[in-house]
Write a protein that binds this ligand. Structure first.
Ligand SMILES: *Cc1c(COP(=O)(O)O)cnc(C)c1O
Length: 419
């Protein structure tokens, strides 16, 4: 069995002829039905992950809830799975409020984030009865006091900067001193006192988020004590940030190991009856999906470049913060006899690399190339660079594929270009 298979969604396999099978669907069949590139989500793996998170959290702290950080994969179908599994949704902006509501979430279970929420977005939150608005600074409170109608209140959390760093790319650190997100503890205390005297804004708790793709539990738990130091509240939202396994080298803690450490800090510092919220994004979705490309050219020289029909238009993780992925030829995953190549995209940047230095088994034009662990932040950062049509998303389960986001059309591209 190919080692690479371990990085594809749980339940993936290879057919007798070697073709990769995800959710019971052969990827050559998926490519024929939906075209390439296509983002393939193993629905059972997604549901299992949501259940695992919910069960592991409530078994450690009964007054608790898991809120999926929608921005990691903000399409209605993914949000709907989370809602069906009983999770809440964290949203970052108006568009994610809309897809969350379309996914059928109880608005009371939505948590709105953002370091620059517009008046329009705060109005949407208040009008739709969003459960918690996470206040990032005094301007959010000004806006809420102006927008919340007399006789009503909006529940809020205050986001603090816990002053914690972790071993991850600087671009995805958020809880360090000097962060643009949240308030330093002294400023947060002042704002909390102001909110406690407000007739429109109701103080419910505090929030911190250390960063993303963090492969140790300890830094995530270090945010708990600074939150506790702000006082006793109903709710402590401990953010997300757990890393996912993209490559052989990544050894993230399991959800159970992560929560042992995080909730251990909770037991040490937090009032026993408070509610704990966690907001996993990346670690919920990354390894539940894979992207299937078609090889367009193979150029052999000093470096062998295998160029596919996608790239930074559907996966910005590499260019934005050097995320390492793996890849395999879908019909010949096992590359023990392979050559080492650089898989590149079709975009006009030398930084448009999908995977550097990866062994592939005799790559040829028209082969299908599969990249595992593309479930987090790829869909959401997809873009139209070089006239790229954003790629479709297909759910696969028990051998049945379902298109949940269609490919953008040339007409879609032209539709906004109004003059
Ligand atoms: C991005 C984000 C998350 C999720 O982070 P992951 O690294 O994807 O788990 C959670 N909370 C907030 C406030 C965020 O900005």
């Amino acid at each position: 069995m190919s080692q690479l298979l371990n990085l594809f969604p749980p339940g993936s396999a290879t057919d007798a002829d070697g073709m990769l099978v995800i959710g019971g669907c052969r990827v050559d069949d998926l490519a024929a039905e939906f075209g390439t590139p296509v983002l393939v989500v193993a629905e059972d793996a997604l549901r299992d992950r949501a259940r695992e998170y919910a069960a592991e959290l409530t078994s450690r702290w009964s007054n608790s809830r898991v809120v999926f950080a929608s921005k990691a994969f903000p399409c209605t179908a993914v949000q709907r799975v989370m809602v069906q599994e009983g999770l809440g949704l964290d949203v970052a902006g108006g568009g994610e409020i809309l897809t969350a509501l379309k996914a059928g979430v109880d608005p009371a279970l939505i948590v709105l984030h953002g370091n620059a929420k517009t008046t329009e977005e705060i109005t949407m939150a208040v009008e739709n009865g969003i459960g918690l608005v996470v206040v990032d600074g005094p301007d959010d409170v000004d806006r809420l006091e102006a927008i919340v109608p007399a006789g009503r209140t909006q529940d809020v959390l205050v986001r603090i900067i816990p002053g914690v760093t972790a071993d991850t790319h600087a671009h995805v650190l958020t809880g360090h001193e000097g962060s643009k997100f949240g308030l330093a503890p002294a400023a947060a205390s002042d704002l909390i006192r102001r909110i406690e005297h407000s007739s429109r804004v109701r103080m419910r708790g505090v929030h911190a988020h250390v960063g993303s793709q963090i492969l140790q539990a300890q830094p995530l738990a270090e945010a708990v004590a600074p939150l506790a130091a702000l006082g006793e509240f109903d709710i402590y939202d401990l953010g997300g940030g757990l890393g996912a396994r993209y490559t052989w080298a990544d050894q993230p803690p399991t959800v159970a190991e992560y929560l042992d450490v995080l909730i251990g800090a909770g037991r040490e510092h937090l009032p026993p009856h408070a509610q704990i919220i966690i907001e996993p994004g990346r670690s919920m979705v990354a390894t539940t999906a894979a992207t299937i490309y078609r090889v367009v050219t193979v150029k052999r020289g000093q470096t062998t470049f295998v160029a596919v029909d996608g790239g930074m238009g559907d996966n910005l993780e590499v260019a934005l913060f050097d995320q390492r992925f793996e890849a395999g030829i879908a019909s010949r995953l096992d590359a023990t006899e392979g050559e080492t190549v650089t898989v590149v995209g079709r975009h006009c940047e030398s930084g448009d690399i999908l995977v550097d230095d990866v062994p592939l088994n005799a790559p040829r034009v028209d082969d299908l190339l599969a990249v595992p662990a593309t479930g987090a932040y790829c869909y959401t950062m997809s873009n139209n660079y070089n006239g790229n049509r954003r790629i479709p998303v297909a759910f696969v389960a028990s051998g049945t594929p379902t298109l949940v986001v269609r490919r953008e059309t040339w007409d879609d591209l032209a539709a906004r270009d109004v003059s």
